[in-house]
Structure formats: C-alpha cells, structure tokens
Ligand binder design. Structure first.
Ligand SMILES: NC(=O)c1ccc[n+]([C@@H]2O[C@H](COP(=O)([O-])OP(=O)(O)OC[C@H]3O[C@@H](n4cnc5c(N)ncnc54)[C@H](O)[C@@H]3O)[C@@H](O)[C@H]2O)c1
Length: 247
C-alpha cells in the first residue's frame, strides 16, 4: 500500500491478536516495525515472524502504562529504526465486572493500560513525527466506547476516552502533517473474545448484521488504509470495523 514503504512503525501489544496482525501487515507493506509488548516473548516472536518473511523489525518489551519507559522506548526505536512515522496504539486489557462489583484496582488497571498507555505513546511519538512533518496515529478503540456494555464500565470509559484523545490530538497535530484516527472494532476472534462462553458468542453473533465475528485481518486492513497515502485527508475519525453491529 503506497505511503507506508520505508516508514518506521511502532505497534503496541504486537505480541498477539490484532496487534500482531497489524505489525505483520505493516511490515508486508514495507514498514520497519518496532514490535512492542509487555510479554517479551510475544514481541520477539512477532519480530522474528516479520524477519522470517523478509521484513525488518525489532522487539521491545514494554508496559504502555509506564510513561518514562515509553519515552525511553520511543527514543531507542527512533534511533535504531530511523525516526518514527506510524504509531498504532493497540495494547489493551479487559477486567470485566458489573459496576457494583468492580474493584478500584480493576478500574485503574484498565484506564492505565488502555487510555494512559495511548496518551504516553502519542506524547512520546509526536515530536519525532513533527520533525518529519509527516505522521500517522491509529488508536484501536472499540464499539463499546460508543455504545457502552454492561460489565465493561472501565473498558468502555477507557475506549470512549481514547476517542476524545484521538480527536484532540488530531486537531493539535494536523498543522504538522500528522493524522490521528481511531479504529473501533466490534467482536474480533482473539484471546480477548475466546474467554466468552458459547451462549454469549452466539448471542453476539446474532446482533452482527454480517453474521460473524471479525478477524484480526479485518481490523488490520482498516489500519493500513489509514496509514496509507490514500487516507491523507482523513483525520479525527472513528472507523468502525464491526460487521454493522453499531450503525
Ligand atoms: N478482540 C476484540 O473483540 C476487540 C474488540 C474491540 C477492541 N479490541 C481492542 O483491540 C486491541 C487488541 O486486542 P486483542 O483482541 O488483540 O487482545 P489480545 O489480548 O489478544 O492482545 C493484546 C496484546 O496487548 C498486550 N498488552 C497487554 N497489556 C499491555 C501493556 N500494559 N503494555 C504492553 N502490552 C500489553 C498483551 O500482552 C497482548 O499481546 C485492544 O486494545 C482491544 O481492547 C479488541
């Protein structure tokens, strides 16, 4: 896809699921990829898969919620891979519980990883992107951030917050040639949704007009488009990849 070749891309949560697929496809389109994950083996496996396929990648072990560590990682990656042009804020966790049973720890953990983590990376990558006068940020939100979900007050709040972060950063960074968009997946086949029991899965599938859960590739395709030259005039948007679940 044009506009991606030769760029350096940071992908958080690249060790599994959607992040891994985005990292592989960005590398396939010619980007040099910094595969970051809190699980070091995950990051290494992703970078190894990219290298085995003939691409260029390095693995970085990192907790997105640690601001100082994120700043250090971004400086290292910029030095080792040559600047930073693309940022995919994908790392995310769930700690589901109904409101009355949701602990303060579960609230804080989900906000720290899903929302503060994205802020940490946007802040650390903004300066190198400004230097290039070119940048693409894609935040992986969720339809739940737009529609809410019983049992996910922490997760929905974090994902709604990510959408506010996306629009604010888009306005601030547009004059520097940097676009900032969000992709909001519905139900995607990954470890995160494999936790659901069969009854919940078929109830959710019935609520999806296209009649199936999405694949990590469905989400990665939207991300690649937003990073490509074809999306140069799109910023501050939320693109839903949800089989029509929310319209
Ligand atoms: N799977 C879905 O149905 C779905 C739907 C909507 C949105 N999303 C979002 O997509 C993103 C990826 O989800 P997934 O389904 O691939 O999940 P996953 O659990 O399969 O993968 C998440 C990855 O993030 C990493 N990670 C977790 N905490 C981290 C931290 N503190 N620092 C760095 N890395 C960390 C994990 O180690 C893992 O490799 C998440 O932001 C998730 O909220 C997923």
């Amino acid at each position: 896809m044009s506009g991606i070749e030769g760029r350096t891309a940071i992908v958080t949560g690249a060790g599994a699921g959607i992040g891994r697929e985005i990292a592989l496809r960005l590398a396939g389109a010619g980007a040099k990829v910094a595969a970051c994950d809190v699980v070091e083996e995950g990051a290494q496996e992703c970078a190894a898969a990219i290298t085995a396929a003939g691409g260029e990648a390095r693995a970085y072990a990192n907790d997105v919620s640690d601001a100082a560590a994120v700043a250090e990682l971004c400086a290292r990656a910029a030095g080792e891979l040559g600047g930073i042009h693309i940022l995919i804020n994908n790392a995310g966790i769930t700690r589901d519980a109904l409101l009355l049973r949701m602990s303060e720890q579960d609230w804080d953990a989900v906000l720290a990883v899903n929302l503060k983590g994205a802020f940490n990376f946007v802040k650390a990558c903004a300066r190198p992107m400004m230097k290039e006068r070119w940048g693409r940020v894609v935040n992986i939100a969720s339809v739940v951030g737009q529609m809410g979900n019983a049992g996910q007050a922490n997760y929905a709040a974090a994902k709604a917050g990510m959408i506010g972060l996306t629009k604010s950063a888009a306005r601030e960074l547009a004059p520097r040639g940097i676009t900032v968009n969000a992709v909001a997946p519905g139900f995607i086949e990954t470890a995160m949704t494999r936790k659901l029991d069969e009854q919940a899965r078929s109830a959710y599938a019935r609520a999806i007009p296209l009649g199936r859960f999405g694949t990590p590739g469905d989400v990665a395709d939207a991300c690649l488009f937003l990073c490509s030259a074809a999306a140069a005039y799109i910023t501050g948007q939320v693109i839903r990849v949800d089989g029509g679940m929310l319209m």
